[in-house]
Structures are given as structure tokens and as C-alpha cells.
Design a binder for this molecule. Sequence first.
Ligand SMILES: N[C@@H](CCC(=O)N[C@@H](CS)C(=O)NCC(=O)O)C(=O)O
Length: 213
Amino acid sequence: MYRLHYYPANANAAPHMLLEEIGAPHELALVDRTVEAQKSQAYLRINPNGRIPALEDDGLVLFEAAAIVLHLVDRHPEAGLAPAQGTPERSKFYQWLVFLTNSLQEELMVFQYPERLAGGDGSAEAVIRNGAEQRATAFLDIIETHLAGNGPFFLGDAVGAADLYFAMLARWARPLAKPPRSRPAIARLLDAVTARPAVRRAYAAEGICEPIC
Ligand SMILES: N[C@@H](CCC(=O)N[C@@H](CS)C(=O)NCC(=O)O)C(=O)O
């Protein structure tokens, strides 16, 4: 059985939605950020980065949400959450997933925690936060243009792992001056994803019942 280390609506949400979509038996292990449990010796043995999530799959321990997502789609091809390996569609799936995790997610992290880069300089914090917001906004605009021409989902007509991953990030991006839902094609994707029972189950299990994103 899979064991997902999580904290509500953290980067575990995408792997969690996938587990629910797949219907794979899994258990949740809370990493209590209110007491910095992600930096505890016990958790650092699971993820030496001290960050959430991590997935245990028998003897295999994985960190990095996107790597966990790729592991799950490979282990469960029958769930149809990613195109077949070796196809151009699969390559596009890699492109969008890596763009989401490497570009949008990282910029949202900087937007949320500018003090981590500011070295105690309050004015630098505002500059960093503003720069991250501009870059995240530009990335969302790129996604909007793509979805408007090629949607409703990242890879066309079928919902997949990249859409679930994006829904997780869209929740984090709500505080941006131009939030994700202010763009029509993104709003259409988010409506479709958040209506899915598996997605609602995942968030409900994490204690999130308000609008997901
Ligand atoms: N690139 C990592 C980022 C994970 C990450 O930053 N997780 C956040 C929660 S969303 C976390 O653990 N923050 C606590 C900390 O940095 O101490 C991933 O996608 O798994």
C-alpha cells in the first residue's frame, strides 16, 4: 500500500489526486508543519530536503511531487492519466509537467516566501515578491494561451496528470493580483478538474472543503 506524507493542500495534493483517480489503496501520514515536523530527524530520513511530500511504495521512498506523479502514472498506465510512452503526446506531457513544477511552482514558492531569499532585508523582500508575481503571471498567461487554443485540458480533450498538478498550483496562486481563474480557459479547466469526485475526495481527506481553487 502507498503511504503519502502530507500536509493539507501542500505539494502532496497532486500525488494525492492521482492516487484517488487511480483508485490505488493508500494511507496518509500527516507531517505537522505547525510543529516543523518536516524538519524532524524522523522525517529527514524520508526526505532529506525537509519538504513535503514524500511517497513510500514498499521499499521505495520518493520525494519531489512531480517525480511521484511520474512514478504513479508509470505504475498505473491503465488509469489513462498520461499518454502512452514513446508517443509525441507523452513528450508534451513531460514538457507541461516540467514547466509546471520547474517554472510556475518555483515562482509561486518565491512569491509566498520571499524572506527566504531576502537575507533579512525587508525592502529586498518586496522586490523579490513583486518579481516572482510578475514571472508567475507571465507563466499563467502562457498556459491560458495554450489552453484557449488546444484545451480544454493541457493535452486536449482528456483530463490527465498535468491538469491535476496545475489545479494544485492554481490554489496557491489565488493571492496573485491576477489570479488564475480570471482567465477563461484556465477557469474552464479548473471547473472541470474540481468537479471530479476523486479530486474532491483527495482534498476532503486533507480537510479542505472550501472551494479548492
Ligand atoms: N519541489 C518540491 C517542493 C516541496 C515543497 O516546497 N513543499 C513545501 C510545502 S508545499 C514544504 O514542505 N515546505 C516546508 C518547508 O520548506 O519547510 C516538490 O515539488 O515536492
